[in-house]
Design a binder for this molecule. Structure first.
Ligand SMILES: O=C(O)CCC(=O)C(=O)O
Length: 269
């Protein structure tokens, strides 16, 4: 997937970029089906608390699974979809390393948001523009269901973070929200945002669930400092001379299997 120079410049100056038609309808249907399976077997966990950072809420739900790939051949293949590494490589430079994956599911009416944070407050890479999330709107992401908000041009500023009392483990910061931009995006669209870009989502005030899948990528030259995520010595290398299509990291060939995974999941529904 060839990005335009304008799109690359947008990411590198604003710290984020939205692409509304990234995934096909079939890919999105398969993501929904696979998420339903993971929910059905109890893999997602409510991380929302009643505001004390510890007591799990019985009324508010922010369901998460991190990482997803060990639990799903489908999601393990997703970062190897050719258009993913192609797009990410143009934004953060080659070689591209897969760092972590995560799902955020907010049920209708009871889904709580994820408070403001910079991913780099967790990940701590040296250059906050050389790591990016690729956040997929698995359902339409709207103002009503608390779509992603980002603060542009702030990725170089390290904001102080403290424990988020609305979650059992997150940290949060307090950027100037008047500078924030809501990014409404249809299902199948994606938002790239640099590790330094402050972002948040709001509560889901609709009757329908809304899920976001966030894949995280770094340029290989940031692997030394990047915290959290897959084992530092075994993070999947997606592009460049050392890429093995997943064989080195998983012992099997993953590159080239994405379409097969999409069809497998759709047919097992
Ligand atoms: O989808 C969400 O609710 C939160 C996304 C997010 O904060 C992230 O990907 O870091």
């Amino acid at each position: 997937m060839q990005l335009t120079q304008e799109q690359i410049d947008h990411f590198q100056t604003e710290g984020w970029l939205a692409l509304p038609d990234f995934w096909t309808e079939r890919e999105i249907q398969a993501m929904r089906a696979e998420l339903e399976r993971l929910v059905g077997i109890g893999k997602l966990r409510n991380i929302a608390t009643d505001g004390d950072g510890t007591t799990h809420s019985q009324t508010q739900f922010n369901l998460q699974l991190c990482p997803m790939s060990p639990h799903s051949d489908f999601f393990r293949a997703m970062p190897f979809a050719p258009k993913v590494a192609e797009a990410v490589g143009q934004l953060i430079g080659e070689p591209v390393v897969f760092h972590l994956d995560q799902v955020f599911l907010k049920p209708g009416r009871h889904g709580s948001g994820t408070n403001w944070h910079q991913d780099d407050a967790y990940f701590k890479i040296e250059d906050p523009l050389k790591g990016t999330a690729l956040w997929t709107a698995v359902h339409d992401a709207t103002l009503a269901n608390g779509t992603l908000r980002v603060v542009p041009r702030m990725f170089r500023e390290k904001l102080p973070h403290e424990r988020d009392p609305q979650s059992d483990h997150h940290i949060r910061c307090y950027p100037d929200e008047t500078q924030a931009i809501p990014v409404e995006i249809p299902a199948g669209g994606v938002v790239f945002f640099a590790y330094g870009t402050p972002h948040a989502t709001g509560a889901n005030n609709t009757d329908h669930e809304r899920a976001g899948v966030a894949l995280h990528f770094i340029n290989a030259d940031q692997n030394g400092t990047a915290q959290v995520g897959f084992d530092q010595n075994n993070r999947p290398i997606l592009t460049g001379a050392e890429a093995t299509g997943g064989v080195r990291e998983y012992g099997v060939q993953i590159a080239g299997t994405w379409e097969q995974q999409v069809e497998r999941v759709l047919h097992s529904k």
